[in-house]
Design a protein around this ligand. Sequence first.
Ligand code: NAD
Length: 255
Amino acid sequence: MAEHIDAIAVADLVEFLSVAQRLVVLTGAGISTESGIPDFRSTEGLWARHAPPTYHEFMRDADQRRAYWRLRRELWPRVTSAQPNPAHLALAELDRRAILAGIITQNFDGLHQEAGVPPDRIIELHGTSHEAACQSCHARQPIAMVQQRVDAGDEDPRCSCGGYLKAATILFGQPVPATLLEAAITLAESCDLFMVIGSSLRVHPAARLPQIALRRGVPLVILNREPTPLDVRADLVIRATAGPFLGSVLDTLRA
Ligand code: NAD
């Protein structure tokens, strides 16, 4: 059954968007669940069955690396076949309307780019799963090449320098690159509307970014299926599924 869309919440968000000139959006795994990529915390999700290793575990334990690549064999087909959903497309349309200053994403799936948002307006805070990175020499290569080796039986793939290969994403315990974090903070410091979509706001440092906007008195909108720790401080909290809700918002803006 189609989800009921709260018309008052749609009107409220349209009002915020109508006056915004520098919208910054923080997106989490929830914006991509409708594209078939499970989020981190959903009980039926992939991650509930296999928690990814921490960075420290990955680096010190060959069994953890083999388990990591087994998990990626399950995840990779979902990421490569995923298509942008109406929520990604709505943000791309806000970009064409020159409202969007930037997207800070916790996701590594590349779906904002595929939806048509120019890469220079997207900060991938947790990296990209479309590339592999050597943990020693930092050389990058398309992840498809490494996945082929794993599929052919190379369970702990290495770079030509001998370093461990891993998707160019951030595992728990691995710091977000300072340049990316600084760029995200600069966006949060210069926006006039901050919106969170599909993030539990429990992963730091991303979860601190809306607070930068709040401290400047900038309105905060949170669109998420479940409560988040910042709901009490938000100007508008929308408890809805992102795709259909943002689809309605765009329909209203077009009208
Ligand atoms: P999370 O899993 O902690 O939280 C996702 C939130 O989105 C949940 O609160 C959930 O209720 C909500 N949600 C799920 N589907 C939704 C929908 N259709 N509409 C609205 N809300 C929805 O995700 P997180 O906070 O982003 O943290 C998990 C970390 O794991 C991320 O930082 C990311 O690096 C990584 N991750 C990325 C992907 C991806 O790239 N698509 C997928 C899984 C995990």
